[in-house]
Design a protein around this ligand. Structure first.
Ligand SMILES: NC(=O)c1ccc[n+]([C@@H]2O[C@H](COP(=O)([O-])OP(=O)(O)OC[C@H]3O[C@@H](n4cnc5c(N)ncnc54)[C@H](O)[C@@H]3O)[C@@H](O)[C@H]2O)c1
Length: 353
């Protein structure tokens, strides 16, 4: 674990979840995308809950076809009560044992990769979600779908921060459509299974989660910046640099995700993120400059061909629903989270993105 995440972060998460996690004792969880950024956290958290909090272990079966898992996903150590199956979730998965929770986190999440794999991106969120819903339905398991804040598209400013009730503004033909539209259909599938079959579904809409464990070759904004800092190169800010985002540190995000999985009201979608600060990419670079031990410079550049343009101008979550229904409350401020991430990336990244 040392290389891929901070032990102190795993401790923080398991302590914050000690009470709600009791529901997992003796249960079986099927986790898709188990070797991705979030999936590897789930595996470590379940293993640590077994060691510290649960009387009877939670058993985890993790699926991943490793399409974007990178060397980080390939090298993960085996953990007690956690098993791994190399499986493409667009194919049916046979499972005869007990099954209490299905967490569908497989996806092609980085814009760089969904530009390279548009059909695979679409299939994992549509066919993959349907296959996993069928499995959950057959076993009476709770089902959680990892959707995205991208389902809101480029929002009307009067809907920022976005509440779950906002219907979004998404292009069905733009360079990001394979991701945004397929996540929307994935949510529709959850709605159909919930209303037609009574399957206990929840949808999570994460807003830019970051932290140790992000692959250097993931090409999302923070690993991209951290890799260039390590290489002593100026940061490349795409477009105008005025586009805004919020960033949620991994410990807060994982606590929020597990609160949805364990306590979410069936049929409901939840935003999980940190609503403040909403900052532009140029402001993000300035923040990084203050936190980093190195000098940080930047250039404003055109979108490269490898990265889908047509980025949403603003993105910020309204998290009142998760706060009220699940008692979700982010605790790690942006500067503190950036510091933990940048210090970690200094020890792990090579600067050879
Ligand atoms: N991390 C975030 O900030 C964020 C934000 C919004 C949404 N999400 C969603 O959360 C989920 C997890 O995100 P992440 O950051 O861990 O992404 P990630 O790319 O690090 O991991 C996803 C994993 O899914 C696997 N995968 C892809 N297609 C598959 C298939 N057909 N069968 C089996 N495995 C497959 C990949 O190999 C990878 O290991 C994704 O669905 C993503 O779209 C994440």
């Amino acid at each position: 674990m040392a290389d891929f995440m901070l032990k102190s972060d795993i401790e923080e998460i398991t302590q914050r979840l000690a009470v709600p996690a009791q529901k997992l004792a003796g249960k079986t969880v099927l986790l898709t995308g188990g070797r991705g950024f979030l999936g590897r956290y789930f595996m470590e958290i379940f293993a640590r809950l077994n060691e510290t909090v649960l009387d009877q272990p939670v058993k985890v079966v993790a699926l991943d076809n490793l399409i974007t898992a990178g060397k980080e996903g390939a090298e993960i150590p085996e953990l007690e009560n956690v098993s791994f199956v190399n499986h493409d979730v667009i194919q049916p998965f046979e499972w005869d044992g007990p099954l209490d929770y299905v967490i569908h986190a497989a996806g092609i999440a980085s814009p760089y990769y969904y530009r390279a794999y548009p059909l695979e991106t679409l299939e994992v969120a549509i066919t993959g979600t349907r296959r996993m819903l069928e499995l959950a339905d057959a076993h009476g398991a709770r089902f959680t779908f990892f959707s995205s804040s991208e389902i809101y598209g480029d929002p009307d400013p009067k809907h920022v921060p976005m509440a779950e009730s906002y219907r979004g503004n998404v292009s069905c033909q733009g360079p990001r459509a394979c991701y945004d539209e397929s996540k929307r259909v994935g949510e529709t599938l959850c709605h159909i299974f919930h209303t037609m079959n009574g399957t206990k579904t929840n949808t999570i809409r994460p807003f830019n989660v970051f932290g140790p464990g992000m692959q250097e070759t993931d090409y999302r904004v923070l690993p991209n910046f951290a890799s260039r800092i390590k290489a002593g190169q100026p940061l490349n800010v795409y477009g105008t640099g005025d586009q805004t985002r919020t960033f949620c540190y991994i410990t807060d995000a994982m606590v929020g995700f597990l609160l949805v999985i364990l306590k979410g009201v069936p049929g409901e979608a939840y935003n999980i993120g940190n609503p403040t600060p909403e900052i532009s990419m140029v402001e993000l670079v300035e923040r990084i400059g203050k936190v980093s031990s190195r000098a940080v410079e930047h250039n404003i550049v055109e979108y490269p061909d490898s990265y889908p343009a047509d980025e949403p101008n603003r993105r910020a979550p309204d998290i009142r629903k998760a706060k009220l229904q699940l008692e979700f409350k982010p605790e790690v401020g942006l500067d503190a989270g950036l510091k933990r991430f940048l210090d970690w990336s200094e020890t792990v990244y090579t600067g050879e993105q």
